[in-house]
Structure formats: C-alpha cells, structure tokens
Ligand binder design. Sequence first.
Ligand code: NAG
Ligand code: NAG
Ligand code: NAG
Ligand code: NAG
Ligand code: NAG
Ligand code: NAG
Ligand code: NAG
Ligand code: NAG
Ligand code: NAG
Ligand code: NAG
Ligand code: NAG
Ligand code: NAG
Length: 686
Amino acid sequence: MLKGLMFLCVLCSSVEQKIYVVLNETVPCVRLLNATHQIGCQSSISGDTGVLHVLETESDLDWILSSGPHPPYMVIMETAFFNRSVMMRMKNSSRVAGVAVIISKTGLADNFSPHTTCPNQNTGVYSESYGSDLANCNGTVWNPLGNGLSYEDFSFPVFALKDENQTQVLRKCYEDHNQRVNGSAPQYPLCAMQLFSHMHAVTDTVTCMRRTDLQNRFSINPEVLCDPLSDFNVWTSTRPLNNSAKGHAADESVVIAATRLDGRSFFWEQAPAAEGTVSGIVTLLATIQALYPVTQEAPPPRNIFFSFFQGEAFDYIGSSKMVYDMEKNDFVIDMNNVHSMLEIGQVGLRSGRSLWMHSDPVSRQNKSVDTEVSEEEGKLSLFSHALSRSQPLPPSSFQRFLRARRIPGLVLADHNTSFTNRYYESMYDDAENLNVTYPPGLTPDEQLVYETDAAKSLAEVATLVARSLYLQAGGEEKNLNNITADPKIVSHMTSTNTHTHTLTLTLSLSLSLSPSLSLSLSHTHRHMTSSHTPPVTRFVQYILANLTGTVTNLTESQCQNPSELSTENKDLFSYFWVSGPASVNGTREPFCVRASVRLSKAVSPAFELLEYGSRNYSTWTESRWKSIRARIFLVASRELEVMHILIKNLIVSMIFILIYNNACLSYFTPKRQNKLYTAFFFFLHI
Ligand SMILES: *[C@@H]1O[C@H](CO)[C@@H](O)[C@H](O)[C@H]1NC(C)=O
Ligand SMILES: *[C@@H]1O[C@H](CO)[C@@H](O)[C@H](O)[C@H]1NC(C)=O
Ligand SMILES: *[C@@H]1O[C@H](CO)[C@@H](O)[C@H](O)[C@H]1NC(C)=O
Ligand SMILES: *[C@@H]1O[C@H](CO)[C@@H](O)[C@H](O)[C@H]1NC(C)=O
Ligand SMILES: *[C@@H]1O[C@H](CO)[C@@H](O)[C@H](O)[C@H]1NC(C)=O
Ligand SMILES: *[C@@H]1O[C@H](CO)[C@@H](O)[C@H](O)[C@H]1NC(C)=O
Ligand SMILES: *[C@@H]1O[C@H](CO)[C@@H](O)[C@H](O)[C@H]1NC(C)=O
Ligand SMILES: *[C@@H]1O[C@H](CO)[C@@H](O)[C@H](O)[C@H]1NC(C)=O
Ligand SMILES: *[C@@H]1O[C@H](CO)[C@@H](O)[C@H](O)[C@H]1NC(C)=O
Ligand SMILES: *[C@@H]1O[C@H](CO)[C@@H](O)[C@H](O)[C@H]1NC(C)=O
Ligand SMILES: *[C@@H]1O[C@H](CO)[C@@H](O)[C@H](O)[C@H]1NC(C)=O
Ligand SMILES: *[C@@H]1O[C@H](CO)[C@@H](O)[C@H](O)[C@H]1NC(C)=O
C-alpha cells in the first residue's frame, strides 16, 4: 500500500513543480486564547485554497460575496479595504477562503486601530469594588477609533503581504487569468492561492492548557498546543539592590519610574508601536542618561527604580507579575518600599504637543495620597498640564500597582482624554506617524546625528521627567541644572529605517549585539524565542548597562563568573561581556561591564497559580503551529481542483488514522513507520 502512495505522490509532485510559486515574504495572523475566547485566524490543516480576486472597487466586493461564479475566493485586499465593515462581511460569507492584505501606505485611511476601544478593560484597577462608576471606560473612552478587529475570531487564514515584488507576482497572475473582461466571468485555467496557517489550540486557554497537561501526563511524546505569552521585564535602580535578598528591603524608599516594552497589531510580530510604546522607551532611556550621573555624584535620599514592563498589551502581564512577586515577598522590594510612581505613557514626539498628567481620582480621596500627588504634579508642572480630578487613569501599568495599594502616582501622556494616536496598536503606528523626518539628502550616518524637531522635543520631556524624579527622590534643587537630556542621544535612538519605517535604535554603544536593531515590538512567541530574549528586551537591557554601568578590567572568564573574585558582587550587579565600540580601523576591543541591570520574568501569575480561567490575571496564550506558508498556482478546472483537494485529504486522513492508531502502527517495522510519517508530512504539505 505504501508503494501505491509513493507512486501517487511522485505523479503529483512533478506536475506541481511547474506551476507553484511560493510566496515567502508573508506574515500571518495567528490564534491567541484567553480564559474564555479564541481570537485571530487559522486555515484548515491542509491549507485553504481559493481563486484569487483583487479587491479594488466596491463592485469587486459584490463579485466576491455574491455574483462571482468561482467561489470560494482568496481575497487580495488593498489597504483601503482592510477595515471592520469589510472584514466582517468576509467573515460572514461562505464564499471567502482567506484574505491577503497588501500592506502599504497608499490608500491608508486617516485612522486605523484594530484594538478595542477600552484596552485592558477587565484587568485594570477600576471595577465593581474600586471606582465602579469609572469602570469599563464609562466617561472616557481611551481608544474611540478602535474597531476591535484584532479581537475577532476568523475561521479562515488572513496574511499580510509586505513585499512589493511578490505582490506584483500576485497581481500579474490575477490580471493574466482572473480579471473580468467586460464584466463577463474569466475562463479556466484560473490563478488560485493556498494559505497554510493551521493552529493547534482551540476554544480557550482553559481547554488548551488542560489538553496540554493531559498529554504531558499520558503521552511519551507530549505535544504542546499553546504557550503562555511570556518574556522579561527589565529594571535597574540608582542605588544597587541586593538581588538575592527578597521581600522588604530595610531603609529603602523607592520612587518607581516605568514604561512599557511591548506593542501589538493584527499580524504576528508586526508592531512598530512608535508612538504607542517606543516614544515611552526612548524618553525613559534619555531620562536615565540625564539623571544617572547626578544620582551618583549627589545621591538623593530615596532610590529611583526604573522599570520596563513587558506584555502590557495583553492584560498587564509584566506589571501584574512584578506586583504579585512583591506581595509574595519574592522580589527585591515589596509594596512597603514604594514611595510613589511616575509612568511614561504615549508621549508623541511631535513638537508643539502638550503633555498631560493623569492621576487616579479614587486614591486621591485619601488626604495624604492627594497631597503627595499634588506635590508630584507640582514638580512636573513646568510644561505639562494637570487634569481634572474626576477622570480615571488611562490604561497603564500603574493601575496594577493601585490594585495592590493606594500609592501616589502619575501617568504622563500626550493626550488629555482619548488617545491622539490614530494608529494605536496597528502596523501603521510607525516612525512616519511620529513625524520623524529628515531634510532630503542626508546619509544614514548624518541622519544618526541630525537633531530632528522630534528628538529635541523628546529631550525636553526627558529633562523634565529626570528633574522631577530627582526632586521626587528628595534630591536638592541646586543640582537640577546638571540634569539635562542630550538631544543627540535621542536622535541616535530615534533614527528611522526609511525602508521599513521602524524606529531604529542605533545608539552606537559598545553592545555585543548587532550595532543597529530595528525596533519593532511584538508579543513573545515563546517556542520560537525560548532560547534567547527578543530584541527589544535585550536591547533595553544592554543600553541600560551602558548608561548606568562601569567598565571593569575583568577578563572574559572572570566576567562570566565574577563570584570567584572577592572584589565583585553578583548579588548587587550583573556582568556583561560586550564587544566594545568599533575603532577607526574597524576592530573592537571587548570588555566587561558591571551594572545593576536585571531581567525579571514577565509571565502571568495565572500560570503559576494554575488558574487558567483567572479573572484577575492575564490568561493569554498563543497557539502553536507547524507551518505558515503561502503559494499561488493555476487550476485547470474546478473538478481538478476539487479532486486534488479530495484525494489529498483522503490520503492524509488515511495515514493519520494509521499513525495515531497504535494498533495499526504496530504492524509496521520502525523503518516503515518512518516512511509513513514522511508520507504524512509530505501530503500535508502539498
Ligand atoms: C524569498 O525568496 C526569494 C527568492 O525565491 C529569496 O531571494 C529570498 O531570500 C527569500 N526570502 C526569505 C525571507 O526566505
Ligand atoms: C471600509 O472600507 C470601504 C472601502 O474602502 C469603505 O467604503 C468603508 O467606508 C470603510 N468603512 C469604514 C467603517 O471605514
Ligand atoms: C451575516 O449574514 C446573515 C445572513 O446570512 C445576515 O443576516 C447578517 O446581517 C450578516 N451579518 C453581517 C455583519 O453582515
Ligand atoms: C457612568 O458615569 C456616570 C457619570 O459619571 C454615572 O452617572 C453612571 O452611573 C456611570 N455608569 C455606570 C454603569 O457606572
Ligand atoms: C477574552 O477575550 C475576549 C475577546 O476580546 C473578551 O470578550 C473576553 O472578555 C476575554 N475574557 C476575559 C476573561 O478577559
Ligand atoms: C524588487 O525588484 C526590483 C527589480 O527587480 C529590485 O530592484 C528590488 O530590490 C526588489 N525589491 C525587493 C524588496 O526585493
Ligand atoms: C470590451 O468591450 C469593448 C467595448 O465595449 C470592446 O471594444 C472590446 O473589444 C471588448 N473586449 C473584449 C476582450 O471583448
Ligand atoms: C512634521 O515635521 C516637519 C518638519 O520638522 C514640520 O514642518 C511639520 O509641521 C511636522 N508635522 C507635524 C504634524 O507635527
Ligand atoms: C554640576 O555641574 C558643575 C559644573 O559643571 C560641577 O562643578 C558639579 O560638580 C556638578 N554637580 C553634580 C552633582 O554633578
Ligand atoms: C557606553 O558606550 C560608549 C560608546 O560606545 C563607550 O564609550 C562607553 O565606554 C560605554 N560605557 C559602558 C559602561 O559600557
Ligand atoms: C583590575 O584592577 C584592580 C584595581 O582597580 C586590580 O586590583 C586588579 O588586579 C586588576 N585586575 C586585572 C585582571 O588586571
Ligand atoms: C586597530 O587600532 C587599534 C587602536 O585603535 C590598535 O590597537 C590595533 O592594533 C589596530 N588593529 C589593526 C589590525 O590595525
């Protein structure tokens, strides 16, 4: 029987090689799950196929959804059509096999946010028991432009086409074979497309984790179906904290300065998040660069703790984990050590923008908290505006701290009510959205040092934040003039990659990383990145090491194992072996940097508590998949197409039954079993 199968597949593969064009520069939308829902997209296990149709006009929409004679259609969508109303009509139609969206700036609407109107609605501080009339964005809808597309569940694959040249191949195939001529239907052969993005997990996190647990218990070869979203927070402090001592730190009073590290969009790992997140990261880094030297020269009485939280887009993964650890005495400080907090939210770099200070009206009902917050506001009031005291906080990590304790704090942002960011959590929140532009004719090296208006205004914000943090920590006013952020550093950090429009953090530091990293944020895809932390986390970690560390004379082996030296202290410091700045002749001198920069796990406590249906903590997991692929080919006739799919599915399911039925499998020798697996995957992939 196996021989027969092999014969069949030799036959089909030789035909295929002539007609298939593989599209490799595509990005899928993948499936995510929380306690109660699944969202995202997927294909059937053997991929979904349809006749190509480019959606360019309203009449194409009608053709696809009702009049076209060759359903199901694989819709190639121009940017202008990628919005909620069109996508929901696609979702509702049985005539759509899948969607491929052309990602370009032409035809882009003046706003697009696939996020919800009230981000992290259920996991912030406002609820039945805390400021109940402020819960659910009652009063202030933060992201009114949000259309919620990222939170819909699509039963067909949706891919993004990023490469112009490959899009051209698609268009050509469509124009040559599928275009209507004077309104009449095109004739076979037709150009078809097949998308593969089968997702292993279904229903919700509870179901998926239970199945994974079961597999772990009873199967020799357990298969993980989904992974909790996880990564690392990055933190440092102006006075080193003993990382091996957990719980309350005696005599420490700590001012927390925080921002978030992640962003998201509809498509997997496509989140430039320029205004949404990068503006905050850059501001906080520039703040640290301005503030750190003075805190070493003239230390203020309080410690300043800088924290970059990861996974905040998914119900505050990073901040909820840190707060959880603090409450369990499993972190270097606890809530009693926290004096106050200042969070940097979206701070657009555009010049002429005002900054707004958001505070929590509920905790300010307490007199002493209110006094503290007012004082904090006073320190920041130089060129930012305080807001009315009845408005709730925007979505922010600070909300997770407030859930634990009513600490005084502020969130700094470029909006007073709803976001000014018109592309929140979409792939269009890029450098262009921030108006980072250069005069024409600059080389990349010149761009690096060119002080854009954006960089200058951001440096001003960083100076303001740094000075107020210093005062907040009890520092003396006479030192304030020594705290000034350098626009050059900001220019370095915000130079843009003109090809991808991502902000490129190119601070030419002595990083052991590649010297220039495109900062495109994303949630973590654990089974792809378990071996290394993703770029943005590592990047921030190394920049912090450079800004706050000292160069030592340790050798490479001492650097990796400093505990053997009596002069070094692994509890207070991390040690980084870095490649050193490039010298004129291009060589690098590596050295060892000592810095109190730490990573701490950012994974939702729900998974530690095994509460997969938790309402208090993030429950987001990401489904696993085997293959993400796209290709186009010609189909000679409908019958052939159907036959192809039918035969294939028949063969795949037969082999599947053989493999997964151990009774059957035991009739085969191991060698034959291997052949069987090979055949299975072969057929799965054609
Ligand atoms: C995609 O395919 C082209 C040509 O087939 C190749 O040059 C390119 O490197 C591929 N890209 C990726 C990301 O594999
Ligand atoms: C969605 O896109 C279509 C086509 O560009 C347009 O006609 C429609 O008004 C858009 N809908 C919304 C809600 O923007
Ligand atoms: C979906 O289709 C049904 C009938 O097929 C129709 O009643 C409903 O209004 C459609 N919904 C949308 C959002 O188009
Ligand atoms: C929403 O806010 C208004 C005014 O602040 C209040 O009267 C109303 O009760 C709130 N609604 C809910 C559901 O809490
Ligand atoms: C899970 O996500 C869905 C879709 O966004 C949402 O409606 C639901 O409230 C979420 N469930 C929980 C428990 O947060
Ligand atoms: C697209 O093709 C043109 C000409 O063939 C080539 O110059 C260009 O580099 C290609 N672009 C990409 C992104 O591959
Ligand atoms: C389409 O119609 C136009 C005029 O109505 C005619 O000149 C042209 O030849 C037609 N094209 C085809 C391919 O039939
Ligand atoms: C963008 O920057 C240019 C040049 O710096 C400036 O002329 C323009 O007004 C800016 N636009 C916005 C919206 O800030
Ligand atoms: C502030 O700057 C002045 C002049 O550069 C310098 O003398 C002084 O030591 C600095 N103070 C601190 C705390 O760095
Ligand atoms: C930081 O980077 C600069 C520029 O590459 C380098 O001169 C300096 O020694 C670095 N400092 C540390 C502590 O790594
Ligand atoms: C590094 O410098 C310290 C003094 O700062 C000295 O005691 C030590 O011997 C040096 N180590 C090496 C490996 O040169
Ligand atoms: C490169 O320059 C450094 C000093 O900048 C020098 O020590 C080194 O020997 C030079 N290397 C070569 C290969 O010329």
